[in-house]
Ligand binder design. Structure first.
Ligand SMILES: NC(=O)C1=CN([C@@H]2O[C@H](COP(=O)(O)OP(=O)(O)OC[C@H]3O[C@@H](n4cnc5c(N)ncnc54)[C@H](OP(=O)(O)O)[C@@H]3O)[C@@H](O)[C@H]2O)C=CC1
Ligand SMILES: CCCCCC(=O)/C=C/[C@H]1[C@H](O)CC(=O)[C@@H]1CCCCCCC(=O)O
Length: 271
């Protein structure tokens, strides 16, 4: 029997956010409903985890047509185990799981849409934070790292453009490309304040604020010899602009297309 602080008599309730109406355009507060769910006593092999961080991803909007109205919102979490009848998930450990937008989850450690796992012992390093399990050391960091090292494979000194460079995935991609791979990195974001953060904190070479500047004009200025690689997460007009500045045999990693996620036409995501 695994060690446990399991208390069968206490009634626990989870707060669960559900999709109360289908999204039209950008989701509104009224499209969500907060519900309460009773947590059953644990069975053998189960553990109970309390949400510490919930990741609210753009991806969820993109797949929302597949969700049932009234169902719980899906999403990744870092949750802390507070009761356990499963040796692999001891009380006090932090778990990465696709538990959705809910405060308490009973789980068996099975793979859901992504694997469920206890965070490795990087937490012993005081410079590391639990939230990194959902960011740099989670799916956004992996998407950035493998998109660069397995798909694009840029070489030192080559020019790489990253869109949504102030976002989770884009900011990791740009920093890995600059600080580890030694590329000349141009980042695209909406506004100057975000661009400044990417340059000052992220060390990105050049930035373009697409709300205030002409993307093609700026690319021609920063990359007069053309763009070698494009790490794209937005699609749409920005992607078309970058494409027009690509060199022959340039490479593109299509990692997302956020500009189309809030389209009202079901199933139509413009890349
Ligand atoms: N999170 C993940 O694990 C993964 C995410 N992706 C994809 O990466 C992309 C970004 O996701 P993520 O980094 O998590 O998201 P974030 O929420 O961290 O960043 C999203 C950013 O996208 C930009 N954006 C929003 N709408 C538009 C638009 N219409 N046109 C151009 N840019 C827009 C905004 O930045 P700005 O103000 O600069 O426009 C916004 O801050 C998405 O396409 C997603 O599907 C892919 C793989 C994994
Ligand atoms: C249709 C647009 C795809 C854009 C790519 C993207 O954003 C993908 C992100 C996910 C990745 O494929 C795996 C993930 O973990 C990312 C986001 C998290 C999704 C949570 C799903 C939770 C659930 O299904 O319960």
């Amino acid at each position: 029997m695994a060690s446990s602080s399991h208390c069968p008599t206490k009634v626990l309730k989870a707060r669960v956010w559900t999709m109360s109406s289908r999204f039209i355009g950008v989701p509104k507060k009224t499209d969500f409903k907060l519900t309460v769910e009773r947590i059953p006593d644990l069975d053998t092999g189960e553990y109970l985890a309390e949400a510490v961080y919930i990741s609210v991803d753009p991806h969820i909007r993109a797949i929302s047509d597949e969700l049932q109205v009234g169902s719980a919102m899906p999403g990744l979490q870092i949750a802390r185990v507070i009761q356990s009848l499963n040796r692999k998930f001891p009380v006090g450990s932090y778990v990465h799981g696709a538990f959705g937008w809910r405060t308490l989850t009973v789980d068996k450690g099975q793979t859901r849409s992504v694997p469920t796992y206890v965070l490795p012992d990087y937490l012993n390093d005081k410079s590391m934070e639990v939230s990194y399990g959902l960011s740099l050391l989670g799916v956004p960091g992996l998407a950035a790292y493998f998109g660069l090292t397995e798909v694009l494979k840029p070489r030192r000194g080559e020019t790489l453009v990253v869109s949504s460079v102030a976002g989770g995935v884009g900011n990791f991609a740009a920093q890995i490309a600059k600080k580890i791979l030694g590329c000349n990195v141009i980042g695209i974001t909406s506004r100057d304040n975000k661009a400044k953060w990417c340059k000052d904190r992220g060390g990105i070479d050049q930035t373009i604020s697409y709300m205030d500047q002409d993307v093609v004009e700026q690319l021609n200025k920063f990359a007069p010899e053309g763009v070698d690689y494009y790490f794209d997460t937005v699609g749409g007009d920005i992607a078309n602009s970058v494409l027009s500045c690509m060199n022959d045999n340039g490479k593109i990693a299509q990692c997302g297309a956020i500009s189309g996620y809030c389209n009202d036409v079901p199933g139509k995501i413009q890349c």
